[in-house]
Design a protein around this ligand. Structure first.
Ligand code: GLA
Length: 392
Protein backbone atom coordinates (compact mmCIF):
# COMPACT_ATOMS: atom_id res chain seq x y z
CA UNK A 1 0.00 0.00 0.00
CA UNK A 2 1.46 3.31 -1.12
CA UNK A 3 0.29 5.08 2.04
CA UNK A 4 2.71 2.98 4.11
CA UNK A 5 5.69 4.11 1.98
CA UNK A 6 4.96 7.67 3.07
CA UNK A 7 4.51 6.65 6.68
CA UNK A 8 7.76 4.65 6.59
CA UNK A 9 9.71 7.71 5.44
CA UNK A 10 8.48 9.63 8.46
CA UNK A 11 9.11 6.64 10.71
CA UNK A 12 12.76 6.51 9.64
CA UNK A 13 13.09 10.26 10.07
CA UNK A 14 11.73 10.15 13.63
CA UNK A 15 12.98 6.82 14.93
CA UNK A 16 15.64 5.59 12.46
CA UNK A 17 15.49 2.41 10.41
CA UNK A 18 13.67 -0.48 12.05
CA UNK A 19 13.18 -4.11 11.21
CA UNK A 20 9.96 -6.06 11.51
CA UNK A 21 7.68 -3.09 11.00
CA UNK A 22 4.04 -4.04 11.52
CA UNK A 23 1.19 -2.39 9.60
CA UNK A 24 -2.31 -1.81 10.92
CA UNK A 25 -5.52 -0.13 9.86
CA UNK A 26 -8.30 0.95 12.18
CA UNK A 27 -11.47 2.48 10.68
CA UNK A 28 -13.73 5.29 11.83
CA UNK A 29 -17.47 4.78 11.94
CA UNK A 30 -20.66 6.36 10.79
CA UNK A 31 -23.93 5.60 12.53
CA UNK A 32 -26.85 5.22 10.13
CA UNK A 33 -29.54 5.39 12.82
CA UNK A 34 -29.91 4.79 16.59
CA UNK A 35 -28.39 7.89 18.18
CA UNK A 36 -27.89 8.30 21.93
CA UNK A 37 -29.49 4.90 22.40
CA UNK A 38 -26.36 2.88 23.22
CA UNK A 39 -26.06 3.99 26.87
CA UNK A 40 -29.85 3.72 27.15
CA UNK A 41 -29.87 -0.06 26.61
CA UNK A 42 -31.13 0.40 23.05
CA UNK A 43 -30.15 -0.60 19.52
CA UNK A 44 -27.70 1.12 17.18
CA UNK A 45 -26.98 0.60 13.47
CA UNK A 46 -23.46 1.85 12.64
CA UNK A 47 -20.85 0.75 10.13
CA UNK A 48 -17.06 1.04 9.95
CA UNK A 49 -15.79 3.28 7.13
CA UNK A 50 -12.68 3.29 5.00
CA UNK A 51 -11.51 6.58 6.50
CA UNK A 52 -9.48 5.74 9.58
CA UNK A 53 -6.04 5.43 11.18
CA UNK A 54 -3.00 3.76 9.61
CA UNK A 55 -0.16 2.71 11.91
CA UNK A 56 3.40 1.55 11.42
CA UNK A 57 4.69 -0.10 14.56
CA UNK A 58 8.04 -1.46 15.76
CA UNK A 59 8.41 -3.30 19.07
CA UNK A 60 11.11 -1.88 21.38
CA UNK A 61 13.29 -3.79 23.81
CA UNK A 62 12.63 -1.47 26.75
CA UNK A 63 9.42 -0.30 28.39
CA UNK A 64 9.13 3.00 26.58
CA UNK A 65 6.58 3.89 23.89
CA UNK A 66 7.14 6.74 21.46
CA UNK A 67 4.27 7.84 19.22
CA UNK A 68 4.10 10.39 16.46
CA UNK A 69 1.01 11.45 14.50
CA UNK A 70 1.59 12.82 11.01
CA UNK A 71 -1.68 14.75 11.42
CA UNK A 72 -0.58 16.44 14.61
CA UNK A 73 3.02 17.19 13.72
CA UNK A 74 3.11 20.20 16.04
CA UNK A 75 2.63 17.87 19.03
CA UNK A 76 5.91 16.12 18.13
CA UNK A 77 6.90 12.69 19.44
CA UNK A 78 5.03 11.79 22.65
CA UNK A 79 6.67 9.36 25.06
CA UNK A 80 5.44 7.28 27.98
CA UNK A 81 6.45 4.24 30.02
CA UNK A 82 4.19 1.22 29.54
CA UNK A 83 3.51 0.37 33.17
CA UNK A 84 1.50 2.17 35.86
CA UNK A 85 0.14 4.73 33.37
CA UNK A 86 -2.12 7.56 34.52
CA UNK A 87 -3.89 10.24 32.47
CA UNK A 88 -1.41 13.03 31.80
CA UNK A 89 -2.21 16.24 29.92
CA UNK A 90 1.27 16.14 28.47
CA UNK A 91 0.35 12.98 26.55
CA UNK A 92 -2.29 15.01 24.72
CA UNK A 93 -3.97 12.88 21.99
CA UNK A 94 -1.83 9.88 23.01
CA UNK A 95 -3.95 9.53 26.18
CA UNK A 96 -6.30 7.42 24.03
CA UNK A 97 -3.45 5.00 23.45
CA UNK A 98 -1.97 5.18 26.94
CA UNK A 99 -5.46 4.63 28.38
CA UNK A 100 -5.79 1.31 26.58
CA UNK A 101 -2.38 0.16 27.86
CA UNK A 102 -3.47 1.06 31.41
CA UNK A 103 -6.84 -0.72 31.15
CA UNK A 104 -5.19 -3.85 29.75
CA UNK A 105 -2.73 -3.79 32.64
CA UNK A 106 -5.52 -3.39 35.22
CA UNK A 107 -7.23 -6.44 33.71
CA UNK A 108 -4.03 -8.47 34.14
CA UNK A 109 -2.69 -8.09 30.60
CA UNK A 110 0.65 -6.47 31.29
CA UNK A 111 2.82 -5.16 28.46
CA UNK A 112 6.40 -6.40 28.71
CA UNK A 113 7.87 -3.83 26.31
CA UNK A 114 6.95 -0.65 24.47
CA UNK A 115 6.73 0.39 20.80
CA UNK A 116 7.77 3.06 18.32
CA UNK A 117 4.73 4.07 16.31
CA UNK A 118 3.87 6.49 13.53
CA UNK A 119 0.20 7.11 12.82
CA UNK A 120 -1.49 8.67 9.84
CA UNK A 121 -5.21 9.40 9.99
CA UNK A 122 -7.57 10.02 7.09
CA UNK A 123 -10.47 10.84 9.41
CA UNK A 124 -11.12 14.55 9.61
CA UNK A 125 -10.58 15.72 13.21
CA UNK A 126 -13.70 16.70 15.13
CA UNK A 127 -15.99 15.30 12.44
CA UNK A 128 -17.80 12.97 14.85
CA UNK A 129 -16.52 9.91 13.01
CA UNK A 130 -14.86 8.34 16.07
CA UNK A 131 -11.20 9.06 15.61
CA UNK A 132 -10.76 8.36 19.33
CA UNK A 133 -12.37 4.90 19.17
CA UNK A 134 -10.28 4.23 16.07
CA UNK A 135 -7.11 4.90 18.13
CA UNK A 136 -8.30 2.90 21.14
CA UNK A 137 -9.21 -0.25 19.24
CA UNK A 138 -6.00 0.10 17.20
CA UNK A 139 -3.91 0.02 20.38
CA UNK A 140 -5.92 -2.92 21.73
CA UNK A 141 -5.20 -4.92 18.60
CA UNK A 142 -1.49 -3.97 18.67
CA UNK A 143 -1.16 -5.19 22.28
CA UNK A 144 -3.14 -8.36 21.61
CA UNK A 145 -1.01 -9.21 18.54
CA UNK A 146 2.34 -8.49 20.11
CA UNK A 147 1.81 -10.15 23.47
CA UNK A 148 -0.38 -13.01 22.22
CA UNK A 149 -2.99 -12.27 24.85
CA UNK A 150 -5.64 -14.19 22.89
CA UNK A 151 -8.40 -11.71 23.74
CA UNK A 152 -11.40 -11.75 21.41
CA UNK A 153 -12.54 -8.61 19.63
CA UNK A 154 -15.66 -8.00 21.72
CA UNK A 155 -13.53 -8.04 24.88
CA UNK A 156 -11.06 -5.61 23.26
CA UNK A 157 -13.98 -3.37 22.34
CA UNK A 158 -15.03 -3.32 26.01
CA UNK A 159 -11.48 -2.51 27.16
CA UNK A 160 -11.33 0.31 24.61
CA UNK A 161 -14.60 1.79 25.85
CA UNK A 162 -13.35 1.52 29.43
CA UNK A 163 -10.21 3.45 28.46
CA UNK A 164 -12.37 6.27 27.14
CA UNK A 165 -14.70 6.21 30.19
CA UNK A 166 -12.17 5.86 32.96
CA UNK A 167 -8.92 7.25 31.56
CA UNK A 168 -10.12 10.05 29.30
CA UNK A 169 -13.37 10.81 31.19
CA UNK A 170 -15.87 10.69 28.33
CA UNK A 171 -18.77 8.59 29.56
CA UNK A 172 -19.55 7.15 26.12
CA UNK A 173 -21.55 4.04 25.34
CA UNK A 174 -20.15 1.07 23.44
CA UNK A 175 -21.28 1.88 19.90
CA UNK A 176 -18.15 3.53 18.51
CA UNK A 177 -15.60 1.00 19.70
CA UNK A 178 -17.93 -1.85 18.66
CA UNK A 179 -18.39 -0.49 15.15
CA UNK A 180 -14.65 0.14 14.77
CA UNK A 181 -13.60 -3.27 16.07
CA UNK A 182 -16.38 -5.45 14.67
CA UNK A 183 -16.99 -3.65 11.35
CA UNK A 184 -17.50 -5.75 8.22
CA UNK A 185 -17.15 -4.67 4.62
CA UNK A 186 -20.43 -3.56 3.03
CA UNK A 187 -22.44 -4.33 6.17
CA UNK A 188 -23.92 -2.27 8.97
CA UNK A 189 -24.16 -3.80 12.43
CA UNK A 190 -27.43 -4.01 14.30
CA UNK A 191 -26.22 -4.05 17.90
CA UNK A 192 -28.45 -4.42 20.93
CA UNK A 193 -26.42 -2.53 23.53
CA UNK A 194 -28.40 -4.10 26.35
CA UNK A 195 -27.32 -7.66 25.58
CA UNK A 196 -24.46 -7.04 23.10
CA UNK A 197 -26.24 -9.38 20.67
CA UNK A 198 -25.50 -8.24 17.14
CA UNK A 199 -25.97 -9.18 13.54
CA UNK A 200 -24.61 -7.90 10.26
CA UNK A 201 -27.00 -6.43 7.76
CA UNK A 202 -25.77 -5.97 4.18
CA UNK A 203 -26.14 -2.36 3.07
CA UNK A 204 -27.37 -2.57 -0.50
CA UNK A 205 -28.27 0.91 -1.63
CA UNK A 206 -28.85 0.29 -5.31
CA UNK A 207 -27.94 3.46 -7.14
CA UNK A 208 -27.35 5.41 -3.91
CA UNK A 209 -24.37 6.25 -1.70
CA UNK A 210 -23.77 7.20 1.90
CA UNK A 211 -22.58 10.80 1.96
CA UNK A 212 -21.02 12.26 5.10
CA UNK A 213 -21.10 16.05 5.41
CA UNK A 214 -18.81 17.61 7.99
CA UNK A 215 -20.01 20.87 9.55
CA UNK A 216 -16.35 21.80 10.18
CA UNK A 217 -17.59 23.48 13.32
CA UNK A 218 -14.56 24.43 15.40
CA UNK A 219 -14.23 23.11 18.97
CA UNK A 220 -17.44 22.26 20.74
CA UNK A 221 -17.81 21.17 24.35
CA UNK A 222 -19.04 17.71 23.48
CA UNK A 223 -17.85 15.86 26.58
CA UNK A 224 -19.66 17.93 29.22
CA UNK A 225 -22.93 18.21 27.25
CA UNK A 226 -22.77 14.49 26.42
CA UNK A 227 -22.19 13.47 30.04
CA UNK A 228 -25.10 15.73 31.05
CA UNK A 229 -27.52 13.97 28.63
CA UNK A 230 -26.44 10.68 30.05
CA UNK A 231 -27.08 11.86 33.63
CA UNK A 232 -30.53 13.15 32.66
CA UNK A 233 -31.51 9.81 31.11
CA UNK A 234 -30.18 7.88 34.12
CA UNK A 235 -32.00 10.11 36.59
CA UNK A 236 -35.30 9.82 34.70
CA UNK A 237 -34.80 6.05 34.63
CA UNK A 238 -34.27 5.92 38.39
CA UNK A 239 -37.66 7.62 38.87
CA UNK A 240 -39.48 5.18 36.62
CA UNK A 241 -37.68 2.26 38.27
CA UNK A 242 -39.52 3.14 41.48
CA UNK A 243 -42.72 1.86 39.84
CA UNK A 244 -41.04 -0.62 37.50
CA UNK A 245 -38.00 -2.01 39.33
CA UNK A 246 -37.04 -4.56 36.66
CA UNK A 247 -36.58 -1.92 33.94
CA UNK A 248 -32.91 -1.87 32.92
CA UNK A 249 -32.99 0.90 30.33
CA UNK A 250 -35.12 2.91 27.93
CA UNK A 251 -34.48 0.48 25.10
CA UNK A 252 -36.71 -2.07 26.79
CA UNK A 253 -39.89 0.00 26.34
CA UNK A 254 -42.28 0.44 23.44
CA UNK A 255 -43.57 3.93 22.70
CA UNK A 256 -46.96 2.98 24.21
CA UNK A 257 -45.41 1.67 27.43
CA UNK A 258 -43.44 4.91 27.71
CA UNK A 259 -46.63 6.97 27.32
CA UNK A 260 -48.03 5.33 30.43
CA UNK A 261 -44.86 5.54 32.49
CA UNK A 262 -43.64 9.02 31.61
CA UNK A 263 -45.76 10.72 34.29
CA UNK A 264 -43.30 9.34 36.85
CA UNK A 265 -40.55 11.59 35.49
CA UNK A 266 -40.64 14.89 37.38
CA UNK A 267 -38.45 17.11 35.22
CA UNK A 268 -40.07 17.94 31.83
CA UNK A 269 -36.67 18.15 30.15
CA UNK A 270 -35.68 14.72 31.41
CA UNK A 271 -39.02 13.43 30.11
CA UNK A 272 -38.10 14.64 26.63
CA UNK A 273 -34.65 13.05 26.84
CA UNK A 274 -36.17 9.70 27.81
CA UNK A 275 -38.81 9.98 25.09
CA UNK A 276 -36.09 10.38 22.49
CA UNK A 277 -34.27 7.31 23.79
CA UNK A 278 -37.43 5.16 23.61
CA UNK A 279 -38.64 6.43 20.22
CA UNK A 280 -35.18 6.37 18.63
CA UNK A 281 -34.73 2.76 19.63
CA UNK A 282 -38.07 1.78 18.08
CA UNK A 283 -37.21 3.79 14.97
CA UNK A 284 -33.93 1.94 14.65
CA UNK A 285 -35.61 -1.45 14.67
CA UNK A 286 -38.16 -0.28 12.12
CA UNK A 287 -35.44 1.24 9.94
CA UNK A 288 -33.40 -1.96 9.84
CA UNK A 289 -36.51 -3.96 8.93
CA UNK A 290 -37.25 -1.45 6.14
CA UNK A 291 -33.70 -1.64 4.78
CA UNK A 292 -33.81 -5.42 4.81
CA UNK A 293 -36.99 -5.24 2.69
CA UNK A 294 -35.17 -2.85 0.32
CA UNK A 295 -37.54 -0.08 1.36
CA UNK A 296 -34.97 2.70 1.49
CA UNK A 297 -37.66 5.34 1.14
CA UNK A 298 -38.99 4.35 4.58
CA UNK A 299 -35.42 4.19 5.91
CA UNK A 300 -34.93 7.77 4.72
CA UNK A 301 -38.13 8.96 6.42
CA UNK A 302 -36.97 7.44 9.68
CA UNK A 303 -33.59 9.19 9.34
CA UNK A 304 -35.51 12.45 9.05
CA UNK A 305 -37.59 11.66 12.16
CA UNK A 306 -34.43 10.73 14.04
CA UNK A 307 -32.89 14.13 13.34
CA UNK A 308 -36.05 15.97 14.40
CA UNK A 309 -36.12 14.04 17.67
CA UNK A 310 -32.41 14.71 18.29
CA UNK A 311 -33.13 18.39 17.69
CA UNK A 312 -36.36 18.83 19.62
CA UNK A 313 -36.32 16.22 22.38
CA UNK A 314 -32.62 15.60 22.87
CA UNK A 315 -31.30 19.05 21.96
CA UNK A 316 -27.94 17.89 20.58
CA UNK A 317 -28.04 19.28 17.02
CA UNK A 318 -27.37 23.04 16.87
CA UNK A 319 -27.64 25.45 13.98
CA UNK A 320 -24.82 23.89 11.92
CA UNK A 321 -26.24 20.34 11.87
CA UNK A 322 -29.82 21.60 11.47
CA UNK A 323 -28.81 23.74 8.49
CA UNK A 324 -27.15 20.79 6.75
CA UNK A 325 -30.07 18.43 7.42
CA UNK A 326 -32.73 20.94 6.38
CA UNK A 327 -30.89 21.71 3.13
CA UNK A 328 -30.47 17.99 2.43
CA UNK A 329 -34.22 17.40 2.84
CA UNK A 330 -34.84 19.85 -0.02
CA UNK A 331 -32.76 17.86 -2.52
CA UNK A 332 -34.97 15.53 -4.49
CA UNK A 333 -32.41 12.76 -4.90
CA UNK A 334 -31.65 12.71 -1.17
CA UNK A 335 -33.44 9.72 0.38
CA UNK A 336 -32.73 10.68 3.98
CA UNK A 337 -30.41 12.81 6.11
CA UNK A 338 -29.66 13.22 9.81
CA UNK A 339 -26.93 14.13 12.24
CA UNK A 340 -24.63 11.25 13.20
CA UNK A 341 -22.58 10.64 16.35
CA UNK A 342 -22.76 12.66 19.55
CA UNK A 343 -23.94 15.86 17.86
CA UNK A 344 -23.26 19.52 18.80
CA UNK A 345 -21.12 19.72 15.66
CA UNK A 346 -19.49 16.91 13.70
CA UNK A 347 -21.29 15.50 10.68
CA UNK A 348 -24.54 14.51 9.05
CA UNK A 349 -25.08 11.24 7.23
CA UNK A 350 -27.24 11.17 4.12
CA UNK A 351 -28.35 8.59 1.59
CA UNK A 352 -28.19 10.18 -1.84
CA UNK A 353 -28.92 8.90 -5.34
CA UNK A 354 -25.61 8.70 -7.22
CA UNK A 355 -27.08 10.85 -9.99
CA UNK A 356 -27.89 13.60 -7.46
CA UNK A 357 -24.61 13.74 -5.48
CA UNK A 358 -23.23 16.76 -7.35
CA UNK A 359 -26.46 18.71 -6.89
CA UNK A 360 -26.61 17.64 -3.23
CA UNK A 361 -23.10 18.97 -2.63
CA UNK A 362 -23.84 22.24 -4.36
CA UNK A 363 -27.08 22.90 -2.47
CA UNK A 364 -25.51 22.10 0.90
CA UNK A 365 -22.26 23.91 0.18
CA UNK A 366 -23.90 27.11 -0.98
CA UNK A 367 -26.72 27.23 1.57
CA UNK A 368 -24.50 26.31 4.51
CA UNK A 369 -21.66 28.69 3.64
CA UNK A 370 -24.10 31.54 3.20
CA UNK A 371 -25.76 30.96 6.56
CA UNK A 372 -22.87 29.75 8.73
CA UNK A 373 -19.96 31.66 7.20
CA UNK A 374 -17.60 28.77 6.39
CA UNK A 375 -17.73 25.71 4.16
CA UNK A 376 -18.79 22.14 4.93
CA UNK A 377 -16.84 19.16 3.50
CA UNK A 378 -18.12 15.98 1.89
CA UNK A 379 -17.00 12.34 1.90
CA UNK A 380 -18.66 9.46 0.09
CA UNK A 381 -18.31 6.60 2.57
CA UNK A 382 -17.18 3.06 1.78
CA UNK A 383 -18.10 0.51 4.41
CA UNK A 384 -14.98 -1.21 5.65
CA UNK A 385 -13.76 -4.09 7.82
CA UNK A 386 -12.90 -3.50 11.48
CA UNK A 387 -9.41 -2.90 12.94
CA UNK A 388 -6.82 -5.35 11.60
CA UNK A 389 -3.16 -6.05 11.01
CA UNK A 390 -2.16 -5.82 7.37
CA UNK A 391 0.15 -8.55 6.11
CA UNK A 392 2.29 -7.96 3.03
C1 GLA B 1 -20.79 9.28 20.78
C2 GLA B 1 -20.53 8.16 21.81
C3 GLA B 1 -21.37 6.91 21.49
C4 GLA B 1 -22.83 7.26 21.27
C5 GLA B 1 -22.99 8.46 20.32
C6 GLA B 1 -24.40 8.94 20.22
O1 GLA B 1 -20.32 8.90 19.53
O2 GLA B 1 -19.17 7.82 21.84
O3 GLA B 1 -21.22 5.96 22.52
O4 GLA B 1 -23.49 7.50 22.48
O5 GLA B 1 -22.18 9.55 20.71
O6 GLA B 1 -25.21 7.97 19.64
Amino acid sequence: MKIFDDIQKIFEEKFGAAENLQKYFSPGRVNLIGEHTDYNAGNVFPCAISLGTYALVAPRKDNKTRVYSMNLADKGVIEFEMNGLKYDRAYDWANYIAGVVAIFEQAGYKSSHGFDMVLYGTLPAGAGLSSSASLEVLMSVILNENFNFGIDMVEMVKFSQKAENEFVGMNCGIMDQFAVGMGKKDCAILLDCNTLKYRYSPVKLEGCSIVITNTNKPHSLVTSAYNERRRQCDHALSEVQKVKPDLKGWGELTNEEFEELQQNITDPIERLRARHAVHENQRTLEAVAALEKNDIKRFGELMHDSHVSLCEDYDVTGVELDTLAELAWTVEGCIGSRMTGAGFGGSTVSIVKNSAIEEFKKVLHDGYTKKIGYEPSFYVADISDGTHKISD
